[in-house]
Write a protein that binds this ligand. Structure first.
Ligand SMILES: Cc1ncc(C[n+]2csc(CCOP(=O)(O)OP(=O)(O)O)c2C)c(N)n1
Ligand SMILES: [Mg+2]
Length: 330
């Protein structure tokens, strides 16, 4: 497991200014591209859910949150874990079933956890992290800390009972929670308009008497400010908010899905607003980075993923006995 200090230091580095945000997004893209390839190559078994295209949401949330805040997210959680500070070797080690992985190699792609950076185990059950985040927010409220909890979930999860229960309780008790819906336009193989009768999931906040905002999930700075404001409101005792990040997943739902159901041209339209390309252009235009420096950042991020893979691959695999550790109290 990664030491607390490692993840925290890494997180601070990744959050150092806008160049740091750029690097964090590049790292997630390189990581997810590689993970997807590894599953196809058969290096890793089972399935995986990658988040290419959604990097700005992960990095924006991590930039706004404190390490003492609690975060719950879904099986599409590699990007969130990396952005919050978990080292690539720890995420990849888990995916590859290595003992040095986030939960000792017995959880796999969908179960990442590091409480030193606030990340509770990522959830494979749709919507399950929402009431858990409400519980974490209740803990902060009862203990009188000014920490908050952030639940990150998909558009499909907003049609699950746990969404209603979590938001309702958080609203009634004015819990310090922020509910972040990653609307990537699809729940498994179904386009959102086939499953969800409202155009904006943020409108559902009205049922709970809490603020709901539609946010441009392709812009990391916009995401960071929206989450930052909602966190401030939560910490000040004014209760939860619902933020809907409009974004798009580039890959299919999971490893085996090539997304044949996508209408022609849809991917290209979203790719024109790719969160990494647009941010790169902006940082260069505003003089934050030169084109050469941006290239160095991309190369550094990609190199970290290559190194992580080599280290993870050389690590001890988890054994069958490992699966039975930590199940029962001694
Ligand atoms: C309670 C529950 N029902 C169904 C599933 C099967 N399932 C896995 S992912 C998924 C789609 C969820 O879509 P969304 O919430 O939009 O998240 P995304 O995968 O797009 O990030 C479904 C139905 C599940 N894991 N849990
Ligand atoms: Mg979705």
């Amino acid at each position: 497991m990664s030491g607390a200090g490692v993840s925290l230091d890494r997180r601070l580095r990744l959050q150092s200014g806008r160049a740091g945000r750029y690097e964090a997004m590049c790292e997630i893209r390189a990581f997810e591209d590689r993970v997807q390839a590894m599953f196809f190559e058969g290096t890793v078994h089972g399935t995986t859910h990658t988040c290419q295209g959604q990097e700005a949401v992960a990095v924006g949330i991590a930039a706004a949150a404190r390490p003492t805040d609690t975060v719950t997210c879904t099986y599409r959680g590699h990007g969130h874990a990396l952005a919050l500070g978990m080292p690539p070797v720890t995420v990849l080690g888990e995916i590859m079933g290595r003992r040095a992985g986030s939960v000792g190699g017995v959880g796999g792609s969908m179960h990442l956890c590091d409480t030193s950076i606030g990340l509770l185990p990522t959830f494979a059950i749709v919507g399950a992290g929402i009431p858990v985040a409400a519980g974490a927010a209740l803990t902060a409220q009862v203990k009188g800390t000014d920490d908050a909890a952030i639940a990150i979930f998909g558009d499909g999860a907003s049609n699950i009972g746990a969404f209603h229960e979590g938001l309702n309780l958080a609203a009634i008790w004015k819990l310090p929670a922020v509910f972040v819906c990653e609307n990537n336009q699809y729940g498994e193989y179904s386009a959102i308009h086939l499953t969800t009768p409202v155009e904006n999931i943020a409108d559902r906040a009205g049922s709970y008497g809490i603020p709901g905002h539609v946010v441009d999930g392709q812009d990391v700075d916009v995401v960071a400010s929206a989450v930052g404001e909602a966190l401030e409101r939560a910490r000040a005792g004014h209760g939860p908010s619902l933020l809907e990040m409009k974004t798009y997943r580039y890959a299919g739902h999971s490893r085996a899905d090539t997304a044949p159901y996508r209408p022609e041209g849809e991917f290209d339209r979203w790719y024109e607003r790719d969160p990494i390309n647009t941010y790169r252009s902006r940082l260069i235009e505003e003089g934050v980075l030169t084109a050469e420096e941006a290239g160095e950042v991309e190369a550094r991020a990609a190199r970290r993923v290559v190194e992580a893979e080599a280290t993870a691959a050389a690590g001890d695999p988890a054994t069958v006995d490992d699966m039975f550790r930590n199940i029962y109290a001694p």
